[in-house]
Design a protein around this ligand. Structure first.
Ligand code: AMP
Ligand code: ZN
Length: 140
């Protein structure tokens, strides 16, 4: 088991290629992949490779890297998808809406008049997620 992996953590499994994901970017500190239940077209998650439950268990270096990567992903969404706006959101604790307890930030393209549910209700088809990830990779 990798040093930072937590048992039964879906994001650690994605990082370790034990679970599938449409990966948009990866470096030593961070992985970015398509949200499987997207709130909008292009909804991406910026995830630290180190397993910390939330912002309080995440190093300042990792938080900085996530912020910079969220900007890069926003720029790629702007270029590839021309949204009217981009929402960046992050939840700590179940009471705040956190459902996966491995620190991450949502980068969500928004369009005028399109309603948002914070957690998408419908799982997207893997091939749709991969097509979206490819679009974003191409302009990153
Ligand atoms: P939250 O913890 O509330 O910030 O949200 C966790 C997000 O992870 C939700 O938007 C889920 O749709 C998303 N998610 C859960 N499991 C997976 C998965 N296997 N692959 C991609 N995204 C996921
Ligand atoms: Zn984890």
């Amino acid at each position: 088991m990798a040093e930072h992996q937590a048992n039964d953590c879906i994001f650690c499994k994605i990082i370790n290629r034990e679970a599938p994901a449409a990966i948009i970017h990866e470096d030593e500190q961070i992985i970015v992949f398509a949200d499987a239940f997207p709130s909008s077209q292009g909804h991406s998650l910026v995830v630290t490779k180190a397993h910390g439950r939330d912002i309080h268990e995440t190093s300042e270096e990792d938080l900085q890297a996530v912020a910079v990567m969220a900007k890069r992903i926003s720029q790629a969404q702007k270029t590839a998808l021309s949204p009217d706006g981009i929402m960046i959101a992050q939840f700590n604790g179940a009471a705040a809406g956190q459902t996966v307890f491995h620190y991450h930030t949502h980068v969500v393209p928004r369009w005028e008049g399109e309603k948002l549910t914070i957690h998408g209700r419908k799982q997207a088809a893997p091939e749709e997620l991969e097509a979206m990830a490819a679009k974003l990779r191409a302009v990153l």
